[in-house]
Design a protein. Sequence first.
Length: 425
Amino acid sequence: MGAVDILAGKKPVLGINSLGRIGKLTLWHHIGRKYFKEIVVNQGREIGTNLNAVVQTLEKDSTYGLIHTFLFGINAKPIIKILDEKKGQLLIDGIPVTILREARNPRDIPWGDYGVEVVAECTGKFRDPTLPADEGRGSIRGHFLGGAKVVINSSAFKIKNSGLSMPDDAATLIYGINHQSYEGGKHTLISAASCTTTGLAHMIKPLLDHMDVSSILTASMSTIHAVTNSQSVLDNVPKAGAKDLRKSRSILDNIILTSTNAAEALALVVPEVKRIGFMADSVRVPIKTESLIILNMTFQCQLSNKGKVCVIDAKAINKIYKETAENDSEQLLVYSEEQNVSCDVSKINAAVVIEGSFNHTRTAFIDIDLSQIPQISSEMAQSFSIDKIQVPVVHAKIFGWYDNEYGSYTNRMGDLAVYVHKKLQ
């Protein structure tokens, strides 16, 4: 028996709701990790004509290849066996996996019958933590009626009723940023935020840990993001009420501008950014995975003793990232001075890979007319010996790669699931 079995008197069992992109890769992650000794996957419907269709769905992936070669190398042999067609029982590299194919509403999924305590909610549909467990069309809280103790949502929470606030038992946690604020017994609903928020949080936190937040004047982010299943393969007609018409355009042929909730979610895990007017947007490009965050920050400079030289420059910023990477035992942030392209970061087990060779800064001096500052009266301005002052500012452009499906997001969500489960024991 393992240490967890001895302590808890039972084996750890993970539940996964949906075999979409994150659900399937979450299964891959935990098959390789071997912390959970059994996994129960709810798809809520039949897949193909028999259980072999499920096996092929789990075994093959257009982005990452075959599960056995992905996890164990090119000489690995197939690792999935069918144990019981009717019961949906598989054995994947020694881990029993049960596929449930009946319930679509979370309240009807019998997690408790299988000993599941932690559920990874990966449908992307149940995002409102304020809806009651018995909500007719389904609610993330419905998993509790089925026996789950904690639900980890693979996307940001979204409260539909603007008059309601976030419930006390709900928290947004990113592993390596604020996961240690998890309180067992209190936090039963957890959002793992998003892939972009995960990468962004790991980019900005080292800077905030080393710099005075008040010196940051502005910050913004653009993510050059791989396509997702929320987009259309070919042009189609937008749904009623659709606000973003671009999402109905073909992902094969277009660069598509869209929005992201990364700025709002970032403030939940790194509260310091609330003092900064942070903006974020997304540019979808036709590749399957790997994305790039371009972080723009403007600082009020502190000048060196040598005169008009700002102490914040690309060299100083890269030093912060390099030291963070060197002191990070889990390598959640990787610092690179190589000239990478997107494919190079596929499968890398890191929240973000800093492209140090391309980070750069520019310093400028802004003339400020004292008479235009609202807090200074005209009489006071006339009493000054000068009517203008120069304020040194530096604009920094920082680049961070992340594998938005497996390497960055799914792995960090897996870390979070293991951490939460250990705290339950």
